[in-house]
Design a binder for this molecule. Structure first.
Ligand SMILES: Nc1nc2c(ncn2[C@@H]2O[C@H](COP(=O)(O)OP(=O)(O)OP(=O)(O)O)[C@@H](O)[C@H]2O)c(=O)[nH]1
Ligand SMILES: [Mg+2]
Length: 452
């Protein structure tokens, strides 16, 4: 994510930090390198100009050059301007309270990620705000589009309104009626991907917006399109009056041009970024955190939030009790491994830590990769067992072992090894809980939710 621009900024700061004194000349050369970095990241030229002008003027002034610690001041100045360029503060969806129907409409170019984002938003709003959600399938152009949304609805566990499957404007209007009668509080409308030059289709989506008056009209843009995303967003905004932006495929965007250009060009907030193809791959866009990540200062807040999301205190307490009573089962073991997986890969965790990105360059990833593969194998073995066996490992014997090995595609020895590891872990965890004092008086129970 944003590797190119991040590397460039880290280099600039490294150089500045290596200088014995800070003067106008080395600030000038640092600013000029920043300019190149932004242009290479495909940031819109007027945004770059504005950025460079501001940083130069400020840096030459009293606050930096005459300050006690000019280096830190300079870095802070660049950081703050980055945050401002990205939009200053994170912006929530502006929805009505759940006793009235709120409507969210998504629009954008073909293949930008609208349908995927509909699913991610539904998942997020259902999980976080317990909203009662209905999806409306208003893409009547692409033959498989309605089926795709139905599959998305199934995955999230929310119904999909398809109406007559022909007239997008009518489907949208009928969906509103259906949502009101059915007691839904949120309607999310998926629309067809259109090309901005296709006036008929643009007018259709404009009519939908005029008829159903959405609370949020989100323009969905593929971040890989760079600064072009900002100009296209402007065209959609002319038709629709966009209320916010979602940048998808942020996980594959190494440059960042879209994120840096869109807020400044459009004057509308970037609300979410898509960071994977999966349902939980949508993050609220936090300018401050992204700026820190780019400058190699890490994003500890996101990391903690992510860990908290998968960490359930109640579950951890229950687990600690089980361990103490030797009731920890293979099923618990499996669930723990699955939780670890949810926190994310080593790479994504390291990226969020201060200096982590730099450190990653010197790390041999093969050991981690091996561990990952090993974990996957272990999970497959437990998954091949019956629930009875998972709850009582002593049942796994003789022919069952062979069958499990076959089911998981591993050798019998691998099954044996897993059982040994499981028993060792069990004993070790029990010991740790008993001997709290030995571990510096630390209460280890909260860790058990994610560590083992
Ligand atoms: N890596 C990654 N892939 C994404 C993301 N969002 C969407 N995709 C992928 O992008 C492709 C297109 O996504 P869709 O949601 O079908 O796009 P759409 O805008 O609905 O497409 P049309 O309906 O044809 O206009 C799919 O393969 C998605 O899995 C994301 O945030 N990250
Ligand atoms: Mg679609």
């Amino acid at each position: 994510m944003l590797d190119g621009i991040s590397n460039a900024f880290t280099d600039v700061f490294k150089k500045i930090s290596g200088k014995s004194t800070i003067n106008e000349d080395n600030i000038k050369s640092a600013v000029s390198e920043i300019r190149v970095a932004l242009l290479e990241a495909d940031v819109n030229i007027s945004v770059v100009r504005n950025f460079v002008k501001f940083v130069t003027e400020e840096a030459m002034g009293e606050t930096v050059l005459r300050s006690v610690n000019p280096r830190e001041q300079f870095i802070k100045l660049v950081h703050d301007k980055l945050v401002e360029t990205l939009g200053s503060k994170s912006q929530d969806l502006k929805l009505k309270p759940t006793n009235t129907l709120s409507i969210i409409m998504l629009a954008g170019l073909q293949g930008s990620g609208k349908t995927t984002t509909v699913g991610k938003l539904a998942h997020l709003l259902k999980k976080k705000e317990d909203r009662k959600i209905l999806l409306a399938a208003c893409d009547t152009y692409r033959p498989a589009a309605i089926d795709q949304l139905e599959r998305v609805g199934e995955m999230v566990g929310v119904p999909v309104f398809t109406g007559d499957k022909k007239n997008a404007i009518k489907i949208a209007k009928d969906a509103v009626g259906f949502a009101k009668v059915g007691g839904f509080d949120t309607l999310i409308i998926d629309t067809a991907g259109r090309l901005h030059i296709d006036t008929d289709m643009m007018e259709e989506v404009q009519t939908i917006a005029r008829d159903v008056k959405p609370d949020e009209i989100l323009f969905v843009a593929d971040s890989m399109t760079g600064q072009t995303a900002a100009t296209i967003a402007k065209e959609f905004d002319n038709y629709l009056g966009v209320t916010g932006i979602v940048l998808t495929k942020f996980d594959s965007d190494t440059r960042g041009g879209a994120a840096f250009s869109i807020k400044q060009i459009l004057g509308k907030p970037l609300k979410f970024v898509g960071v994977s193809e999966k349902l939980d791959g949508l993050e609220v866009f936090h300018p401050e955190r992204i700026a820190s990540r780019i400058l190699g200062m890490g994003d500890v807040v996101s990391l903690v939030e992510k860990a908290q999301e998968v960490y359930d205190e109640e579950e951890a307490k229950k687990l600690a009790k089980k361990i103490k009573r030797s009731e920890f089962t293979l099923q618990d073991f499996l669930e723990q491994m699955e939780q670890m997986d949810k926190v994310g890969s080593i790479e994504s965790i390291m990226e969020m830590l201060p200096g982590g990105k730099e450190a990653m360059k010197n790390i041999d990833m093969s050991a981690f990769e091996k561990q990952k593969a090993d974990l996957k194998k272990k999970r497959a073995i437990i998954q091949a067992m019956t629930m009875k066996e998972r709850l009582d490992f002593r049942l796994v014997m003789g022919s069952r072992k062979r069958r499990i090995a076959k089911g998981a595609g591993v050798t019998v020895m691998a099954v044996d090894n897993l059982l040994k590891t499981f028993q060792k872990t069990r004993t070790m965890m029990k010991g740790m809980l008993k001997n709290k004092g030995k571990y510096g008086g630390m209460d280890l129970s909260p860790m058990l939710g994610r560590k083992f």
